[in-house]
Design a protein around this ligand. Structure first.
Ligand SMILES: Cc1cc2nc3c(=O)[nH]c(=O)nc-3n(C[C@H](O)[C@H](O)[C@H](O)COP(=O)(O)OP(=O)(O)OC[C@H]3O[C@@H](n4cnc5c(N)ncnc54)[C@H](O)[C@@H]3O)c2cc1C
Length: 345
């Protein structure tokens, strides 16, 4: 059994949900962590994913506790990182190379760092004199950098070990899934069209992968001049440097069109990003280009971890914007609590 310790909301017993049939729709970070913790609590889990969105896969790493305007997100991020750090030896198979390194993040008064973050090992507030690249304020953040594909792959392996059934299928209407007591909606932005949820305010993010120059370690900064948060994350596991940090707000309809078109990369934004970051990280200007990817941040006016108002079988877990990978373990723990409360009713 996974050692999920005594974090609030974390299942403590494999019999807590023994035999309860649950469908999880969506195999991004939130759906996969949810399937894992549900199965660990004894539920009989079926996970559906149609492969239509790749947001959980293209980010540079896992564990960035971004500054957020929403204290609820900050709390989930802190809890998610804490839970991951406690479970990492179980989650990641032996031999997977991950990196844990310090990044510099900007926090302004309007967007404070998550409460409690500095109490975690490895976090320390920076001396303003150390700051550069137009930064306002910052802390050194002990980030856990796990390439998305490795993390999701490792979770998939654990699902197999715990008997989770994976179905590669598009779910047209979660209400049609029969023979389950609960359906978890972890479909990210697709929830906007599945449930006609107009509260989403999505944005596109583009990352460029380069072959990692020798000795390059990585940087995260905020550039007020371009309202861009360029980062260059070094990934030993893939031999790449992942350059990212752009944000382009889009409407739900524009996002839908982009998904229907097969999620093409935004090459123009990638070129801008590369030129911009190369201007202060010259080592990257000459690095070999690998590829460009674009994804969607499924932001919502507020995060939604709640039972559906019309269908008590459905539990929504959506709206995690640019933080979904970081908060996923904590979100999953809350969903398990909601399922357990539903069983008791
Ligand atoms: C460029 C970029 C960089 C990022 N970097 C970070 C980072 O460093 N740290 C961080 O914490 N977050 C990061 N994010 C944000 C993070 O990727 C998202 O918050 C996260 O993926 C959201 O997770 P999710 O599981 O809620 O949704 P998603 O990842 O969107 O997963 C939803 C899944 O549901 C599936 N699906 C949808 N509809 C259906 C259906 N009807 N039937 C079956 N399956 C369906 C989709 O195919 C998809 O796999 C980044 C995002 C981008 C775009």
């Amino acid at each position: 059994m996974l050692d999920t310790g005594s974090a609030p909301g974390v299942p403590r017993s494999a019999s807590r949900l023994a035999g309860v049939p649950v469908a999880v729709v969506g195999g991004g970070p939130v759906g996969r962590w949810t399937a894992l913790l549900l199965a660990q609590a004894g539920a009989v889990v079926t996970l559906y994913d149609d492969g239509s969105l790749n947001t959980g896969l293209i980010n540079g790493g896992w564990g960035f506790a971004y500054h957020s305007h929403d204290p609820a997100v900050g709390h989930l991020a802190t809890q998610g990182i804490e839970l991951y750090l406690r479970m990492r030896d179980v989650v990641l198979p032996q031999g997977v190379v991950t990196e844990e390194w310090s990044t510099v993040q900007r926090a302004s008064g309007a967007a404070p760092f998550p409460e409690g973050l500095e109490e975690l090992e490895g976090y320390r507030r920076l001396d303003p004199a150390d700051l550069s690249v137009n930064m306002v304020e910052g802390v050194v953040v002990h980030s856990v950098v796990v390439p998305g594909e490795l993390l999701l792959g490792a979770l998939a392996q654990l699902h197999k070990d715990l008997g989770v059934t994976f179905v590669r299928e598009h779910v047209a209407d979660p209400a049609d899934i029969s023979d389950v007591a609960f359906v978890v909606n972890a479909t990210g932005l697709a929830s906007a069209w599945l449930y006609d949820d107009r509260e989403f305010t999505p944005s596109m993010g583009t990352v460029v992968r380069l072959r990692k120059p020798e000795g390059f370690s990585g940087v995260y900064a905020w550039d007020d001049a371009t309202n861009c948060a360029p980062y260059a994350i070094s990934q030993d596991a893939t031999g790449h440097v992942v350059v990212g940090g752009t944000t382009k707000p889009v409407t739900i309809e524009q996002a839908r069109e982009w998904v229907d078109a097969g999620s093409p990369p935004d090459m123009a934004t990638g070129e801008f990003l590369l030129g911009h970051i190369s201007s202060y990280l010259p080592a990257l200007a000459k690095a070999e280009y690998v590829r460009t990817d674009t994804g969607i941040r499924p932001e919502r006016s507020d995060i939604r971890i709640a039972r559906d108002q019309n269908d008590a079988r459905v539990i929504h877990a959506t709206g995690f914007g640019g933080f979904g990978v970081t908060v996923a373990p904590a979100v999953a723990a809350r969903v398990v609590d909601l399922v357990a409360a539903g069983v008791q009713r």
